[in-house]
Ligand binder design. Structure first.
Ligand SMILES: NC(=O)c1ccc[n+]([C@@H]2O[C@H](COP(=O)([O-])OP(=O)(O)OC[C@H]3O[C@@H](n4cnc5c(N)ncnc54)[C@H](O)[C@@H]3O)[C@@H](O)[C@H]2O)c1
Length: 338
C-alpha cells in the first residue's frame, strides 16, 4: 500500500507491467511487484520452497505449488502439504493451484509444466527446490541412497527444466518471446563440500553446472537461469541437528526477525525471478538469514608449462613447478632462484 502523498505511475511499457516507480519526497523508489507472472515452485509444501511460494504470491505472482508430500528421506506421498500452501495463498487473495508430481518422474515433470499453462495460460518462473537427504559416509552409503538423492535433486531439476525449456522455445519460435526465469537450489555442501553428503553435494554441484549451462542455452529464448544456496531450520536441517525445532515459514512470528526462518532466502529468489533482474543470469548466490553472498565461479588460476615448452611434461618436474608457481610454496624441497 502506498501512503498519502506518494505519487506512482507504471513503467509497464518498459518492464512488461510488473514494476511501478514510486516517488517519495526527494527520491525515487522501485515498488517491487510480480503481478502477471506465473510461477512453479517445486517442493513447496514445506520449508524453503513453502517460503518461496508464499513470497512470490505476496509479490503478486500466481503460483503452481508442487510437492510430492514425501518424507525427508524420500518415502511416501501426501497431497496435503501442496494443498495447504495453495489454500493459504488463495485465502490471502492470491492465485494458486496444487500439483503432486514427483519432479524426477519424466511424465510427472511434463504434467507439472502443462498444469501451469492449462491453469494460468503460460509459465514465466520455474523455481527448482524439491529435495531429500540420505546422509552417510562414502564407505557406508548404499547405492540406492546415492541414486535416490541424485535422482530427486539433479534429475528433478533437469526434468522440469527440460519441459519448461520446450514450452519457452515453442513460445519464442511462435513470436511470443518469453521473459522467463529459472531459479535453482544449490548448497554449500556441493560448492564447498561437506562430510557425509557425497550424494547430496555431488547433486548440488551438478545443479550449479546445470544452471550455468541453462543460462547459456536458453538466453536466446528469453530465459535466465540462476541458483541460490538457501538456509533455514527445516526438515532437512533437522536431520543434522539433534532437538532442532523445525520452523515452517508461515508458522514463525512474522513480526520478529528469526535468522532461521526458511522464508529468509525467498526475497532473493523473488528478485532473481523478477524482471528487476533481467541483467542477471548464470549466477549462483548464497542467501541465508540477512546475508546475500555471490559465489564466484570455477575459474582458471595460475598455469605452468614445462621448461622446454611446447612439450609433454615429465612427471618428475611437475611437483616442484606446482609447489612454486601454483601453491606459491617452496615446500616440499627447496627450489633456489624461484
Ligand atoms: N534448509 C537448509 O538450510 C538448506 C540449505 C541448503 C540447501 N537447501 C535446499 O533447499 C531445498 C528445500 O529443502 P528444505 O530444507 O526446505 O527441506 P524440506 O524437507 O522442508 O522441503 C523439501 C520439500 O521437497 C519435497 N519433495 C521431496 N522430493 C520431492 C519430489 N521428488 N518431487 C516433489 N517434491 C519433493 C518434500 O515433500 C518437501 O516438502 C532442498 O533442495 C535443499 O537441498 C536447504
Amino acid at each position: 500500500m502506498l501512503g498519502a502523498g506518494v505519487f506512482q505511475w507504471c513503467l509497464s511499457k518498459y518492464t512488461g507491467g510488473n514494476c511501478c516507480v514510486v516517488r517519495r519526497p526527494g527520491r525515487f523508489l522501485m515498488a517491487f511487484r510480480m503481478d502477471g507472472k506465473v510461477a512453479i515452485v517445486t517442493g513447496a509444501g514445506h520449508g524453503i520452497g513453502r517460503g518461496e511460494a508464499l513470497e512470490l504470491a505476496a509479490q503478486g505472482a500466481t503460483v503452481v505449488v508442487n510437492d510430492v508430500g514425501g518424507s525427508v528421506h524420500g518415502g511416501g506421498t501426501d497431497k496435503a502439504p501442496a494443498e495447504e500452501v495453495a489454500e493459504i495463498i488463495r485465502k490471502n487473495g492470491g492465485q494458486a493451484s496444487a500439483n503432486y508430481s514427483d519432479v524426477a518422474d519424466w511424465e510427472g515433470a511434463k504434467a507439472l509444466v502443462q498444469q501451469a499453462v492449462d491453469d494460468f495460460g503460460h509459465l514465466d518462473i520455474l523455481v527448482n527446490n524439491a529435495g531429500i537427504v540420505r546422509d552417510a559416509m562414502l564407505f557406508s552409503m548404499k547405492e540406492e541412497d546415492f541414486d535416490s538423492v541424485v535422482r530427486v535433486h539433479l534429475k528433478g531439476t533437469f526434468a522440469t527444466t527440460h519441459h519448461a525449456a520446450v514450452h519457452w522455445r515453442e513460445a519464442s519460435k511462435a513470436g511470443n518471446q518469453p521473459r522467463a526465469a529459472i531459479v535453482n537450489t544449490v548448497s554449500s555442501a556441493g560448492l564447498q563440500g561437506n562430510v557425509g553428503q557425497a550424494n547430496y553435494g555431488a547433486a548440488k554441484a551438478g545443479i550449479a553446472a546445470l544452471t550455468v549451462i541453462s543460462s547459456l542455452e536458453l538466453s536466446r529464448y528469453g530465459v535466465r537461469a540462476n541458483a541460490v544456496a538457501p538456509g533455514g531450520m527445516t526438515r532437512i536441517t533437522g536431520t543434522l541437528m539433534k532437538n532442532a525445532e523445525i520452523i515452517e515459514p508461515d508458522g514463525a512470528d512474522e513480526g520478529e526477525y528469526n535468522p532461521m526462518n526458511p522464508r529468509n532466502s525467498a526475497p532473493m529468489v523473488a528478485w532473481l525471478a523478477s524482471d528487476e533482474a533481467l541483467h542477471v543470469t548464470g549466477q549462483v548466490f548464497r542467501a541465508v538469514g540477512h546475508r546475500i553472498t555471490h559465489y564466484e565461479p570455477w575459474s582458471l588460476g595460475p598455469t605452468i608449462e614445462p621448461k622446454k615448452a611446447p612439450a609433454r611434461w615429465d612427471p618428475a618436474d611437475i611437483g616442484a613447478a606446482v609447489n612454486a608457481h601454483i601453491f606459491k610454496s617452496r615446500a616440499p624441497g627447496l627450489q633456489m632462484g624461484g
